[in-house]
Design a protein around this ligand. Structure first.
Ligand code: C2O
Ligand code: CU
Length: 545
């Protein structure tokens, strides 16, 4: 196995990914950052130099389980102290499974400012995948605001609350095209005739060849559909696990998810085709679709396709999205056997609440506040003043709570933790419910440090006393690290709490986790090895080593 070294300067730079110039957080001057490529079993060493001048940072390696290295998970407040301006921090971890993964900032809402990228882990020599292809490409999907991350975070914490609103652009591999004439007040920052403001060329294909696309979404808010005009796609992998192949025209992809799809260059090669991303689940009429050009070899790669790009599937058709979620099953040759019974069940209800005039998300009544001392340090070192000792609730009032109405109660803000018995099997049923505006929306939930089995998705309220448990799929569920909770519905997952450490489980919508939509799990922290002193220094961890 190889060791790959990276030296990254994290800094703000003026960037105009969609023709509108603003500050973006970059990796060695680029946003999105470079794709990390490695082979299963390799070690990645990333030295991060925080050159943001006036802002902390931390980088999370999304989908990497960090087995034996829980301190390298990169979550400020959970697994480390933030990296201060001028400081250097080194992440070192093993990529233990082939697949497509992501990385991004995990400090406040910093991901919104552009610190995003992909990790591609290939199978070791001699291992065959359950499909073949000629070439591969990566496609990273993002949404993009012209408002700064500070503006966004300030509005979310303000009284009265100001939502971030819909994005101005959807980016495909870091590029979009905003029409500057749509600005209410023209500004020199927006210029459609700047030389880098061209129709994005995605990649070129050769007739008859088959391509593997590694797709990842690091949107801050938007759920997306992605399609390549005229070409159907066969989904073969999700979050690093092979799926029973299924064909789509349009792939729904939620923030934090990755998919590999195969497609064949089998259309008229004399013209080019649109690759598009569209917002679903929210009525974002002002946000134009993300557009890029897939060209056939020999054509001008920027030549505009002769067709009008589609608008994608109807934004409010929840049923077809639930349907696609349900069709993601383990590939028959790669089913990871599911433990038959769970030792503990958590029914987690999300509600939106007004806490002292602040709009927050709560899970079973608690809105997560990241403590000043990282949980990993405080739990390993017994610093009981550093987080809430009272455990959060395993369940909510599932009989009494009306999920189709705003929450009647207010909830609290806190920093509790679910302590899971080491090696136990845990079921979590995520239950959606209406927001204060009486609507229900999509929440992609991501679990750090583990993959989980996706046992089912359903409409309405999950009834834990009924036959619902028996209807869950324990035969061939896919394993994932991120799964959508659809509007007005529930999602059930199961995982094995066998990775010593402290792990965040949260909605991957950046505004939502900022508003408290997450929980923290601890398992086997006593068996975690000696913590590196580089993760300490803040809060109650001052002077520890
Ligand atoms: Cu990509 Cu905590 O998330
Ligand atoms: Cu959410």
């Amino acid at each position: 196995a190889k060791v790959h070294h990276y030296d990254w300067d994290i800094s703000y730079q003026h960037k105009s990914p969609d023709c509108f110039e603003k500050l973006a957080v970059t990796v060695n001057g680029e946003a999105p950052g470079p794709t990390i490529r490695a082979t299963q079993g390799d070690t990645i060493v990333v030295t991060v130099n925080n050159k943001l001048e006036t802002e902390n940072t931390a980088i999370h390696w999304h989908g990497i389980r960090q087995i034996d290295t829980p301190w390298a998970d990169g979550v400020a407040g959970v697994t480390q102290c933030p990296i201060l301006p001028g400081e250097t921090f080194t992440y070192k971890f093993v990529v233990d499974r082939a697949g497509t993964y992501l990385y991004h900032a995990h400090y406040g809402m910093q991901r919104v400012a552009g610190l995003n990228g992909m990790i591609v882990v290939t199978v070791p020599d001699g291992i065959r995948e359950p499909f073949t292809y000629d070439e591969e490409h990566t496609v990273l999907l993002q949404d993009w605001w012209h408002k700064s991350v500070y503006d966004q975070a300030t509005g979310l914490s303000a009284k009265p609350f100001v939502f971030v609103g819909e994005p101005q652009s959807l980016l495909i591999n870091g590029r979009g095209m905003f029409n500057c004439s749509n600005l209410a007040t023209p500004t020199g920052s927006c210029n459609n005739s700047r030389p880098d403001c061209t129709l994005p060329a995605l990649f070129s294909i050769v007739p008859g060849k088959t391509y593997l696309l590694r797709l990842g979404s690091l949107t801050s808010l938007s759920s997306l559909s992605f399609e390549i005009e005229g070409h159907s796609m066969t989904v073969v992998e999700a979050d690093g696990h092979y799926v029973r192949p299924f064909v789509v025209r349009s792939l729904f992809i939620y923030s934090g998810e990755t998919y590999s799809v195969l497609f064949k260059a089998d259309q008229d090669p004399r013209r080019n085709y649109w690759a598009t991303s569209h917002i679903v689940g929210r009525n974002a009429t002002m946000t134009p679709s993300g557009k890029a050009v897939v060209s056939y070899a020999g054509n001008d790669p920027r030549k505009t396709p002769p067709t009008v790009p589609t608008n994608g599937p109807a934004w409010d058709n929840t049923a077809i999205r639930v349907e696609q979620s349900k069709s993601i099953l383990a590939h028959p040759g790669y089913v990871v056997p599911v433990p038959v019974r769970a030792d503990r069940t958590l029914l987690l209800l999300n509600t939106q609440n007004n806490i002292d005039g602040h709009i927050k998300w709560t899970i079973n009544g608690v809105s997560l506040h990241f403590p000043a001392t990282p949980y990993l340090v405080s739990m390993k070192h017994g610093l009981t003043d550093a987080y809430d000792q009272r455990p959060p609730l395993d369940t909510y009032d599932h009989r009494g709570h009306d999920i189709s109405a705003p929450a009647p109660t207010n909830g609290t803000i806190g920093s509790p933790v679910y302590r899971l018995a080491f090696d136990s099997v845990v079921d979590v049923v995520l239950q959606n419910s209406n927001m204060l505006n009486n609507q229900s929306e999509t929440h992609p939930w991501h679990l750090h440090g583990h993959d989980f089995w996706v046992l089912g998705h359903g409409d309405g309220k999950f009834d834990p006393t009924a036959d619902a448990w028996r209807l869950l799929n324990v035969k061939d569920p896919i394993m994932k690290n991120t799964v959508p909770l659809h509007p007005d519905g529930w999602t059930a997952i199961r995982f094995h709490a066998n990775n010593p450490g402290v792990w965040l489980f949260h909605c991957h919508v950046e505004a939502h986790v900022f508003m408290g939509m997450g929980v923290v799990f601890e398992e086997g922290v006593e068996s975690v090895g000696r913590l590196p002193s580089s993760i300490m220094g803040c809060g109650h961890s001052k002077g520890l080593h």
